[in-house]
Design a protein around this ligand. Sequence first.
Ligand SMILES: [Zn+2]
Length: 369
Amino acid sequence: MFFKDVVGQKELKKNLIKQVRSKKVPHAILLNGKPGYGTLPLALAYAKYLFCENKTEEDSCGVCNSCLKTKKLQHPDLHFSFPSIQAISNLSDAFLSDWREIVQEKRYFDLYDWIKKIDPKERKPIIGVEESKSILQKLFLKSFEGGYKVMLIWSLEAMNLSCSNKLLKIIEEPQPKTIFILLSASVENILPTIISRVQLINVPKIEQEPLQRYLMDRLNMGEATAQTKAAFSEGDLVSLSNEDGLSELHFDLFVKLMRICYKKNVVAMLDWAEEISGYSKEHQKTFISYAIHLFRMSLLNNYHQEKELFVSEKEMDFLSKFAVFITGNNIEIFMKKFDEAYRSIDRNANTKILFSQLSFWVMRAIHRA
Ligand SMILES: [Zn+2]
């Protein structure tokens, strides 16, 4: 991954390059931001640049020995650590070939994409205490190529407490020439003592213009479509690429919920809650984000007459009828209750109860329009 392949993020790239060129590379940085903003592509471009033997002022050379190895994610001094399904293996190394595949295929992906890749049962992956031993072991090895040694830890928020505690000391005082590149989607669940030991870099959303250009040049979209898509993805390339298959299922779940709540069909509402609580938590969370997106779209549809709506034809068809039920009288309830549900899933709430309650809120809110 070159810096030039990272979509947007011009300022940030400039700063990272400057750090390396002025030889002021911090021993640990934390790139924090949604995966769809490009935290991982940035980290990979940064690592490649660190290792490159003939770097230019803007990017890695792409042809030196180091570049060829980092390209295949097989540089012996570039180590990866990421959440693993504990029931399969508690070490990242067991999933390394999956990791190389997903990075090379998708480049922009989130934890849910990762779960789908490595576990058909979609269990929650973590970085556990066994992994900390493996990380320490790798870092105490001498570097193979005599230069930097990089430990890239992806989805730091999935690291549990005992693992974090074991790594505190080495993150504060790593061996010479050892660099930690940590990535997180949110700092909420990260130990403050880790955050205080690293240089925290908040990665912002991708700017509208380069995102739009990327969609036109690389994905061959027309200008108008690219513009709308870029606007509604809110600078997030993962949310943009997740629209296909999943959204079909989410759409059906959403339509069903609205219909039965409108009819006040309590039995069907409880069935609905039962159905959705059978899905994985990540899946439930994407559904909620999708629902929030549709609420926003129907509100826009009410006030702006569909001009810039980022929805499919089928969604549009539904929204045009449904939008009358979303008004200033209830939009806040919808947003608030769905947002609360999202957070509760993270806090391990009983999802069957949670989705039943949510459906009751929807029923009340619909009839308040
Ligand atoms: Zn190179």
